[in-house]
Design a protein around this ligand. Sequence first.
Ligand SMILES: [Zn+2]
Length: 249
Amino acid sequence: MDVDVREVAPGVWQARAKHVAWVLVVDGEEVTLVDTGYPGDRERVIASLEKVGRSPADVAAVILTHAHPDHLGSAEYFRTEVGTPVLVHEREVPNATGTRIEQVSVATLLARVWRPDVAVWMRDIVALKAARVDRLGSVETFAADPLDLPGRPRPVHTPGHTSGHAAFHLPDRGALLVGDALMTEHALARTPGPQLLPSFFNHDGEAALASLETLSRLEADVLVPGHGPAFQGSPGDAVAAALAAASRA
Ligand SMILES: [Zn+2]
């Protein structure tokens, strides 16, 4: 199965499929699953659990950085088929349940389909069933800080990419899981390295920049994005690189 699973901090495993990543935070026998890939990544999500010696039944909860189809992919499957609680930030509930969807429109993408990278990426994400994601029938919100889950993740509201986007800080593990607040590699980015997602993916670009400041104040040794490899360094260093990239764009 084509998923690369690496331990990027103690008990923190980043699983990377072709276009998106998710994270397994292992604590004893249990796992917190952070994001769930595209719908078409389901076998890869299960394979990633097997690679760390766990199964879907060991997932104590699914927590979502945000509810775009490449992160939400198997959340409803876990909720309904495995009985796993799924949690999002309270402002992400409408996106997760589908009552108010915040994501790039098909029209916006089609306007760019003359770009070969966009055309290839769109073909891939259609194959990954991006347009057929199951929204959540019900969802819980982050009621504690830290969350009483494996790894004791601390949700950090980082709006911009979506209104209810959250990063997860794992101070005990020296890791900061940043979702799509910042990424290091994407099929539609010209160069690798810490940066914001291409602007048409962000609901509110100004808020996305402000959220970088929030991230830069946290302490960690590694940043783990939803797209691209982990960044070894401090959030301050990653944010400085992302701000420099934004000023060049
Ligand atoms: Zn996203």
